[in-house]
Design a protein around this ligand. Structure first.
Ligand SMILES: NC(=O)c1ccc[n+]([C@@H]2O[C@H](COP(=O)([O-])OP(=O)(O)OC[C@H]3O[C@@H](n4cnc5c(N)ncnc54)[C@H](OP(=O)(O)O)[C@@H]3O)[C@@H](O)[C@H]2O)c1
Length: 279
């Protein structure tokens, strides 16, 4: 049975590949992006199964308008993919205020705007599956990505909460966590002038590793798009979908370390309870 998808950030990378694959198999897509002309080739191929909306996710008013228009044009929308996003690659002191504001506006607030705009429609339908694109860096951390992590850890907390709130309405939410994948993401990383003070720190190490020609992005973007489609087709909606051996291993290590650290503080945690025995 054909499904209908709403996707943000469809000019390149996962958003574009997902749109292509869905259209190729006969689904309908409301593809949104800042530069609609980037989809002219797909419009020519797929006619009215492709609905295109100009959308910058940082503009909350525009998000509401475009989401409303898409539901009106397509009737029912089964899947909403919050995909638009990018990374700032700089140590904590190197990034500018504007770089920080912009990445939070896009990755965190942009995704929140889309969810809030879509929910009245999904509630009225009594169904829907939101795919929130996060990253391995939504649960693990890498020096030089602190602001990207702030945006993605933020959207993970938001999404996990919202998943509980909307389940009673028959709406599901899955946080998709791709690992490092060759898309437009690497080339469009927003960088800042390097501070020499950070050269011989973990931030400098990561910068050198990423600049090294042998740095490998292990995952296949087409397979990541297919895994998202397969998940929706399966009817399952796990809270998280880790995609990539790097995501799996890095998140596994991060969670194990967090749990060990958490457990090591048990006595302190319990010591502040009102009726705790004094040591
Ligand atoms: N590739 C990876 O290694 C990787 C790993 C984990 C997670 N991710 C996540 O995957 C998602 C997609 O990234 P990608 O890898 O496919 O990179 P990409 O090829 O650079 O695609 C990013 C898309 O987001 C759009 N975008 C950025 N800011 C926007 C805004 N304010 N409003 C609307 N669209 C905006 C871009 O549009 P423009 O063309 O207009 O800039 C582009 O279409 C992101 O959320 C990213 O964090 C990527």
């Amino acid at each position: 049975m054909s499904t209908t998808w709403f996707i943000t950030g469809t000019s390149s990378g996962f958003g574009r590949i997902l749109t292509e694959r869905l259209l190729r198999r006969g689904d309908r897509v409301a593809a949104t992006l800042r530069r609609p002309e980037a989809l002219d080739d797909l419009r020519a191929l797929h006619g009215d199964r492709l609905w295109v909306g100009r959308l910058d996710v940082t503009d909350a008013e525009q998000v509401r308008t475009v989401v409303d228009q898409a539901f009106k044009a397509l009737g029912q929308i089964d899947v909403v993919v919050n995909n638009a996003g990018y990374g700032v690659f700089a140590s904590v002191e190197e990034a500018t205020d504007e770089q920080i504001r912009s990445v939070i506006d896009t990755n965190l607030l942009g995704s929140i705007h889309v969810v809030r705009a879509a929910l009245p429609h999904l509630r009225a339908q009594g169904s829907g599956h939101i795919l929130q694109v996060s990253t391995a860096g939504g649960q693990a951390v890498y020096p030089n990505f602190s602001y990207y992590h702030a945006s993605k850890w933020g959207i993970e907390g938001f999404s996990e909460t919202v998943a509980r709130e909307i389940a009673p309405f028959g709406i599901r939410l899955t946080i998709v966590e791709p690992g490092a994948t060759p898309t437009g993401f690497g080339p469009s990383l927003d960088t800042a002038p390097v501070m020499p003070e950070y050269e011989n720190t973990p931030a400098g190490d990561v910068r050198r590793a990423v600049a090294d020609a042998s740095f490998v992005l292990p995952n296949d973007p087409g397979r990541i798009a297919d895994a998202m489609i397969d998940l929706v087709d399966s009817g399952r909606a796990p809270l998280r979908l880790p995609l990539g051996s790097d995501t799996y291993d890095d998140v596994q290590s991060a969670l194990a370390a967090r749990l060990a650290e958490h457990e090591s503080q048990r006595d302190v945690a319990y010591s502040v309870v009102k009726d705790a025995a004094t040591p």
